[in-house]
Design a binder for this molecule. Structure first.
Ligand code: S3P
Length: 163
């Protein structure tokens, strides 16, 4: 099985659904944020603060390049699609699923979230970021699922049918 990459904005359920999907497929689950945290021995807010977003994006590329291309379900960070090289990797080497979640739903899910540096800014800026990424996620995806409309179980089934 070609490895599956879940992409989508912060709060779209990549990690939760990825773990469920991996269990059902008896596949390994990996999370690019977790891989960076282990490798750099720092959490994400620390990396943003001490090294900056640009460096974090470089770490994402390094991690993405080293991921297994078979039998793995991968939850990616919401900004993985910012780098052109990452977009090419997602398109060429993985079965990529865009979990498309409305901004209204994301706002509710992340209402009290403090651990995501790019969520700690004005609402208008967050919405701009969300809007600016939509077409990029779509362009990279082999499958697009509007997650607001379905249960987690149903989303997992939909992905399993498509691979
Ligand atoms: C980011 C999303 C986060 C994490 C970092 C940057 C982004 O991952 O990689 O805070 O740019 O959207 P999640 O999408 O898992 O929250």
């Amino acid at each position: 099985m070609k490895s599956i990459c879940l992409i989508g904005f912060m709060g779209s359920g990549k990690t939760t659904l990825g773990k469920e999907l991996a269990k059902k497929l008896d596949a390994v689950f990996l999370d690019t944020d977790e891989e960076i945290i282990k490798w750099r021995e720092m959490d994400i807010p620390e990396i943003f603060q001490l090294e900056g977003e640009k460096r974090f994006r470089e770490y994402e590329t390094e991690v993405l390049k080293g991921l297994p291309q078979k039998n793995t379900v991968i939850a990616t960070g919401g900004g993985i699609i910012e780098a052109k090289m990452n977009r090419d990797i997602l398109k060429n080497d993985f079965f990529t699923v865009y979990l498309k979640t409305s901004f209204e739903e994301i706002k509710q899910r992340l209402a009290s979230n403090k651990n995501r540096p790019l969520w700690n800014q004005e609402m208008e800026k967050k919405e701009q970021l969300y809007d600016s990424r939509q077409y990029i996620y779509e362009e990279c995806a082999d499958q697009i699922i509007q997650t607001d409309d379905y249960s987690a179980e149903r989303i997992v089934q939909m992905i399993m049918k498509s691979i």
